[in-house]
Ligand binder design. Structure first.
Ligand SMILES: C[S@@+](CC[C@H](N)C(=O)[O-])C[C@H]1O[C@@H](n2cnc3c(N)ncnc32)[C@H](O)[C@@H]1O
Length: 906
């Protein structure tokens, strides 16, 4: 269940009176527990020692008690030994009037009225395996509002199918933006009176909903009519109460979709929420999925947390401003200059979605400005920071609408907070009519036209700019001469996932400039454009990107050219999980990269460490710029590594060990069967089996069981394949594409392996084994090669220079093995390393039948195996520098230095 579904279930449960009999089961179900778990819980003896309480291990201890006993029962549950014994995470008690709950991991307890609980349901999201940040836990409003608006959106599309067509979607999205504005305005006194919008609709529209759209249409018309023009507008008397809002929001078409009874009631219900609690940054991220048919199923899951946004904005410019503020102390003149500087800053997000980076940047600058005002004794002073200096480009229409709205709301909230309600209201209406968020494709728009180096003299004003999409470049930046910071979280799209349009974007940008761009992630386009932009005007830019852009071919194919063109990284945040509200923390792995105007000292952020350095290279290391390029042969004196046997279109030649035993029983010679390993088979020590026919299989063999049939299946699969190589293999369907094996033994190295091991998996296999193309092999190699592959040095190298899939390692012979610098080894070195490899194998053997998967789990590695690896590292590292390296950074520095020397000689 996602957060939206949980919210809906919880709201439905707490809307009705509490039934002690059924409440616990319904509560657990609302948080995504399976019916079978709940039934089992009900039928088994209670784990709790408190009568009537329900205890779910590793989860919750809850009870519905008699009226007035909530406090004492809560204490009973909390101190109960069964709570500790069963590792309970949450305590929950209610008597149907009050709720008392606590997250035992240390968050403040929650006490609220029963009906109010849905407003706090975020507190319990960890129960459903959903990671939350404090902000969400404190205010569940954004999820609730998203959920309600989603229902309304879907219902309205049902009632008005023509509004769902691509021609009318903009109208629909604009309508939703207008509604959201009205809900916010009626709760914040922007509209006078209590819930003016909702109450007017409730009172003036018929209960059968037939004229709801007309009532809303009249309200919207009122908000488009300047007060002095009201007589001409001939508004109904009840609509006169609404202020003139416009700013483009209510101009143009005032078409309103028709409402059914259901959608009318949804609308009224949404109005009953407390919209003062809206977080424009969170809400925007969530609500944008409503308008996207594909994303709607993931509603509420994509929310970028403020701490993650600050990972970009702080090092980009906010930290430096805070430093300046600190230095300014109470010096009125310096503070004034800083305020002027802040008021001129432009922030530009060329993939702004619902504007969350812009909103946070705006709020942070308002905070700094307020500190300055306070230190200068100018409390409540009107802000000099113009909202229109926070510019964005967004390709999706609804997100662009929401981004503008989110900024408008943020401005009001800041005014309210720093200046008070009277002042906030005084400057709020009418809305500024400038359209400073552009809806369009950022890769096909000239950024210089949206954010010109010095601004232009032309100023557009008008009432319909909310609707005009492109060409709003000429809007003045208020307060000329400021710095420009480009930031954001542009889309990441790997090789296979790019649409035809996105490929065209890339070809337009990169053709004739960068070779091999087809392999790059789509996000590279934003770095490229920002770099081009920075050539024309002093700017710094920073984007979040998938961590793969700092690995493999991205480094040598993409960054190298930009670095050669003068680009330098100003800061970097190394790989971290981009968490959102998806259950079980299914976040992608990202980095943040800041570049632009060079700085003498730059910083790398790695978890909670901050590393100051002179240079950050494209692998995000504090080191000189190195470019590791794939090589077809090893640069060191080590054996050539080969890929295993390609098994696509050959699946019928592979079977499990039970089937293998049957073939042997049916008379198939043992030499015709081999153990078959891919990545996971090596790691889990669970090989499958395959036919191995170096020659045409004898007729006798083909008569055994289904062997002929299997071979025929391979033949027809290859025949029907669209791939020419497969077609070419039709004549030998009894064989894999390659038939590589060893004489005596070989080392198998899985292509993909988990990052959660301190060493790469490698195993020694016998000549009865073969591997698929999911592994690499060193056939009949000296055992000292294993000591190298199993070393920490190699682990660090592969993790840095090869492409990663998420955080997982993805081994490459050309990029990882062939490039690996190994000093010239003496016979003694080789003998020592051979002994180390034997010791590792023996240590593993002592835990037979445990597999690599069992033995190499971090923290759980058996001591003798750990000792064997440590010794291996010591022996190998002495060969490199005469002692052990202090850490991976030192290892990498040495390896890069050696690589540079060895390749320059070549
Ligand atoms: C990863 S989201 C980030 C949005 C927002 N900062 C957030 O955290 O929710 C990327 C945004 O870029 C938008 N986008 C994708 N391709 C674009 C393009 N070519 N031009 C402008 N925006 C684009 C998407 O619609 C999406 O809103």
């Amino acid at each position: 269940m996602n957060a939206i579904e949980i919210e809906e279930a919880i709201s439905a449960l707490f809307d009705k009176p509490c039934e002690p009999e059924t409440f616990p089961a319904e509560f657990l179900e609302a948080f995504g527990n399976k019916t079978t778990t709940i039934k089992r819980l009900q039928s088994a003896a209670s784990l709790s020692d408190i009568e009537g309480a329900v205890l779910l291990r590793n989860n919750i201890h809850l009870k519905v008690c008699s009226e007035g006993l909530v406090g004492s029962v809560f204490n009973q549950l909390k101190i109960s030994p069964t709570t500790t014994k069963n590792k309970v995470k949450f305590i929950f008690v209610t008597d149907g009037t009050t709720v008392e709950a606590e997250d035992l991991s240390g968050d403040a307890p929650l006490v609220c009225e029963y009906q109010d609980f849905p407003n706090h349901f975020g507190y319990f999201l960890p129960l459903a395996g959903i990671e939350t940040v404090k902000q969400i836990r404190d205010s569940s409003f954004d999820i609730r509002a998203t959920s309600r608006l989603n229902k309304l959106y879907v219902e309205l599309l049902k009632d008005n199918p023509d509004w769902g067509t691509s021609e009318n979607r903009h109208e629909m999205n604009h309508f939703m933006a207008r509604l959201i504005f009205c809900f916010f305005a009626e709760d914040t006194d922007i509209f006078r009176g209590n819930r003016l919008f909702t109450t007017t609709i409730e009172q003036m529209s018929d209960r059968d909903s037939s004229n709801t759209h007309q009532v809303i249409g009249e309200i919207f018309r009122a908000m488009d009519a300047k007060i002095e023009l009201r007589p001409e507008a001939r508004l109904p008397r009840w609509a006169e109460t609404f202020p003139y809002v416009n700013g483009g929001l209510f101009s143009g078409s005032i078409k309103v979709p028709k409402f059914s009874k259901i959608s009318r009631s949804y609308l009224l219900h949404i109005g009953s929420l407390d919209w003062t609690k809206i977080n424009p940054d969170i809400f925007g991220s969530m609500i944008q999925a409503v308008a996207d048919d594909e994303e709607r199923s993931e509603l509420g899951m994509h929310y970028t947390s403020v701490p993650n946004i600050l990972k970009v904005l702080n090092p980009l410019f906010l930290d430096e401003l805070r430093q300046q503020l600190e230095l300014a102390g109470d010096n009125a003149r310096t503070l004034l200059n800083l305020r002027k500087r802040i008021s001129r800053i432009r922030v530009f997000d060329p993939a702004c979605g619902s504007g969350n980076f812009l909103v946070i940047a705006y709020k942070q600058l308002r905070e700094l400005e307020n500190v300055i005002n306070e230190r200068r004794g100018e409390f409540g002073r009107q802000s000099e920071i113009p909202l229109t200096n926070f510019r964005g480009i967004e390709i999706r229409d609804f997100s662009a609408e929401i981004a503008r709205l989110a900024l408008i709301i943020a401005e009001y909230q800041c005014d309210l907070f720093y200046r008070g309600q009277k002042e906030a209201l005084a400057v709020f209406l009418p809305l500024d009519s400038h359209n400073w968020i552009t809806c369009g494709n950022a890769l096909r728009i000239d950024w210089l036209s949206l954010c010109p180096p010095t601004g232009t003299a032309i100023k557009l004003t008008g009432d319909d700019l909310f609707d005009v999409l492109l060409d709003q470049a000429e809007i003045d930046f208020k307060n000329e001469g400021g710095e420009t910071y480009i930031c954001g979280n542009p889309p990441y799209k790997g090789n296979a996932k790019k649409s035809a349009d996105q490929k065209l974007d890339m070809s337009n940008l990169f053709n004739k400039k960068i070779d091999g761009w087809g392999l790059f992630d789509y996000v590279c386009c934003w770095f490229f454009k920002a770099h081009e932009y920075a050539k024309h005007t002093q700017t710094k830019f920073a984007f979040v990107a998938t961590n793969s852009v700092t690995q493999g071919q991205h480094v040598t194919g993409f960054w190298r050219l930009l670095f050669e063109d003068g680009l330098k990284f100003n800061f970097a945040v190394r790989s971290f999980k981009w968490k959102n509200l998806a259950a079980n923390d299914a976040g992608v792995i990202v980095v943040c990269i800041g570049a632009g105007t060079p700085a003498p000292n730059v910083e790398i952020y790695d978890e909670d460490k901050k590393i100051s350095t002179k240079n950050i290279n494209a692998y995000l290391m504090a080191a000189d710029d190195y470019w590791i390029t794939p090589s077809s042969t090893p640069i060191s004196d080590i054996q050539t590594m080969q890929k295993g046997n390609y098994y696509g279109m050959s699946e019928y030649l592979i079977f499990d060990s039970v089937r293998a035993a049957e073939y042997l029983k049916d008379g198939l010679g043992a030499s015709y069967i081999k153990k078959f390993y891919g990545s996971s088979e090596v790691i889990k020590a669970r090989p499958r089996a395959c036919f191995w026919f170096p020659e045409e299989p004898p007729v006798k063999v083909l008569s055994i069981a289904d062997i002929k049939e299997r071979i025929n299946q391979v033949e027809s699969a290859r025949q029907n394949s669209k791939d020419a190589v497969s077609n070419g293999m039709v004549k030998r369907p009894h064989q894999f594409r390659e038939m590589r094996s060893c004489k005596n033994s070989f080392l198998a190295i899985p292509v993909v392996s988990s990052e959660n091991r301190s060493y790469l998996p490698v195993d020694l296999l016998d000549n009865q084994s073969v591997i698929s193309n999911k592994c690499f092999a060193l056939y009949d190699a000296p055992l000292w090669s294993m000591a190298i592959i199993a070393s920490r040095l190699h682990w660090a190298w592969i993790g840095t220079v090869c492409v990663r899939l998420g955080m997982s390692f993805s081994y490459s012979n050309t990029l990882g093995w062939n490039t690996f610098p190994v000093p010239r080894l003496t016979e003694k070195n080789k003998a020592d390393l051979t002994k180390c490899a034997e010791d590792i194998l023996l240590a593993r053997e002592s835990h037979f039948p445990s597999s690599i998967a069992d033995l190499y789990e971090q923290e759980l590695m058996p001591q003798n195996l750990l000792d064997a690896h440590n010794h291996n590292d010591e022996v190998l590292e002495r060969i490199y520098i005469g002692r052990q390296f202090k850490n991976d950074t030192e290892r990498l520095e040495k390896l890069f230095e050696m690589y540079a020397k060895m390749t320059s000689k070549k």
